[in-house]
Ligand binder design. Sequence first.
Ligand SMILES: [Zn+2]
Length: 181
Amino acid sequence: MRHGSIPGARGRVRPLTLLGDAALREQCREVTEFGAELADLVEDLFATMYAAQGVGLAANQVGVPLRVFVYDCPDDDDVRHLGHIVNPRLVETDGVVIRGPEGCLSLPGLEAGTQRYDHAVVEGVTATGEPVTVHGTGFFARCLQHECDHLEGRVYADQVTGWRKRRLLRQISRASWSGQA
Ligand SMILES: [Zn+2]
């Protein structure tokens, strides 16, 4: 692979925002400028996601309230999906709702069964403004729904219900990174 073509290779790892940080509750803004700053943000998101061994990362998870996320995520058939999307819109969700384990780099070390649709379609543009449509099934559909939620100021913990929710809230309150402890 050509040097420089690996996503994140020239990016810098930025500090992650953790649950409790106001940035995670922000409704992110549409991107209107498709210049070098946006390209750098995408690179930094990849570098930060890989450093934290994540499969997806939204811009407000590094404190930037813009509608951008990156992903490098397998689906249930072990097909790898790699890319970024600017101004994403979740245009379709269907199929069965599946509860599966879900975690988040902003709630490190935790995981909870979370309900998501098995199929999701996201439309948006690339960092250079080219239209893009991303289809996801299984775990990748889960990832797309999770990242779109981030841009609306939501985290997966909001989606968890019942005893799973109570257990997760307890774990959050005990977590070393939690401001609520
Ligand atoms: Zn997340």
